[in-house]
Write a protein that binds this ligand. Structure first.
Ligand code: NAD
Length: 408
């Protein structure tokens, strides 16, 4: 998916063949074995990957994912998308991504800690605040980042907070980082609502996923007055035409781990939920959930892509032809996380701490400006929004590469 999207944009930009090849392939693909001692005394070997797409514009930046489906191809695609995302937001980073193929829900905290620390040790020759800075993604969280920072710092002999972002506040994490991605999804959705002349208080939203991104998308949208009528996670989907009380649902999930069984909403089919009528549809869970067979049936006005790659290339072609849907491309829509990660890295390097108000205000300024840039580039070149975002990003990287020249 990532490569076919890249080829399409490179054709549009008429990238010269040499630059095109240099932009397309990752700089480094690292795969390591991660042996750990399980709690029952047995030893298990996991496979971990890290892909560093480019270091042309700075260190690579990107999440670390723990999920059974993690494989090197998926990680490479996610690294490429991160690369375009950092370039689109004009952050001084290349894109990276990593993951370990494992099922974190079946592992104890001790096992997760041992796996994280061993993976970090295997990665030490390839990471650093000026080389590769990891962050949380699916299945990882601020505790994972704290273990990485502690392992790296112990190895360095001094505290190195800038080795990861998405850390706990007590370890020099940034105020606002935890909610940044979801807040950005909601903030951009509200800008899209105003473009369409829809008032927030009369708008409805359906959100897929109730993890970090889905939760904070829901919390911020609810704070704007948007009614959340549908929400799902891996356990099922909930529906209430009167609106789901997000704070009550959050409290329910902290007790029950999943949304299913929440008494104040109806349980519905999670796939069917995606095609129900709403103003904002925000897929904030996994990739490929909108495909050729459901894209034509979407009944939303705004498609806010909180997850990475929630639409397949076939679905994109269908959605691009529909002028009834304003689509916010994923590399813009979920860029709040990496933007605040950038703020966190800057604060750590400078030994500075900004307030949450400062962080969120800087975030909104950057997202708003980039949203307008994507819209006006799309209008000027008569391009779909996703291609417009990618074209801005890819030409930024291509320019940096050609200006730096080719070594030796
Ligand atoms: P998370 O692990 O915190 O939550 C994932 C959520 O998706 C959970 O609620 C899970 O139950 C749900 N889910 C899994 N499979 C599902 C399915 N088939 N149907 C419905 N729900 C399902 O992960 P996250 O950090 O919220 O990330 C979600 C997506 O956003 C991923 O694509 C990730 O790459 C992307 N993303 C995350 C961040 C970030 O800052 N966390 C930043 C940018 C992009």
């Amino acid at each position: 998916m990532a490569v076919s999207q890249f080829d399409r944009v490179a054709d549009f930009l008429k990238l010269p063949a040499d630059i095109r090849e240099r932009c397309k392939w990752p700089k480094r693909i690292i795969t390591v074995t991660v042996p750990i001692r399980r709690d029952d005394g047995t030893t298990e070997v996991f496979f971990g990957h890290r892909v560093q797409h480019h270091l042309t514009r700075g260190p690579v930046k990107g999440g670390l994912r723990y999920h059974p489906d993690v494989n090197v191809g998926e990680v490479a695609a996610l690294a490429m998308w991160m690369n375009w995302k950092c370039a689109l937001l004009d952050l001084p980073f290349g894109g990276g991504k990593g993951g370990i193929s494992c099922n974190p829900s079946e592992m104890s905290d001790g096992e997760l800690e041992r796996m994280t620390r061993r993976f970090t040790m295997e990665m030490i020759p390839f990471i650093g605040p000026e080389i590769d800075v990891m962050a949380p993604d699916m299945g990882t969280n601020e505790q994972t980042m704290a273990w990485i920072m502690d392992t790296y710092s112990t190895h360095s002999g001094h505290l190195v907070p800038s080795i990861v972002t998405g850390k706990p506040i007590s370890l020099q994490g940034s105020a606002g980082r935890t909610r940044a991605t979801g807040h950005g999804v909601a903030f951009l959705s509200s800008i899209a609502l105003s473009k369409l002349g829809i008032k927030e208080e009369s708008a409805t939203a359906i959100i897929q996923g109730f993890g970090n991104v889905g939760l904070y998308t829901a919390v911020t949208l609810a704070s704007y007055g948007v009614k959340i009528i549908g929400i799902s996670d891996a356990s099922g989907a909930l529906w209430s035409q009167d609106g789901i009380d997000i704070h009550a649902l959050r409290a329910y999930v902290s007790d029950h781990k999943v949304i299913s069984g929440f008494p104040a909403a109806e349980s519905i089919d999670p796939n069917e939920m995606l095609t129900r009528k709403c103003d904002i549809l925000a897929p904030c869970a996994v990739g490929g959930v909108i495909h050729a067979s459901n894209a034509g049936r979407l009944d939303c006005k705004i498609l806010a892509k909180g997850a990475n790659g929630p639409t397949t290339p076939d679905a994109d072609l269908i959605i691009e032809k529909r002028d009834d849907i304003l689509m916010i491309p994923d590399i813009l829509c979920n860029a709040g996380g990496v933007t605040v990660s950038y703020f966190e890295w800057v604060q750590n390097l400078q030994r500075f701490q900004w307030t949450e108000k400062e962080v969120i205000s800087k975030l909104e300024t950057k997202l708003h400006a980039t949203f307008e840039q994507v819209m006006s580039y799309a209008a000027k070149h008569k391009l779909p929004k996703r291609m417009s975002a990618q074209a801005i990003a890819i030409s930024t990287v291509a320019n940096a590469k050609s200006t730096r020249g080719l070594f030796p």
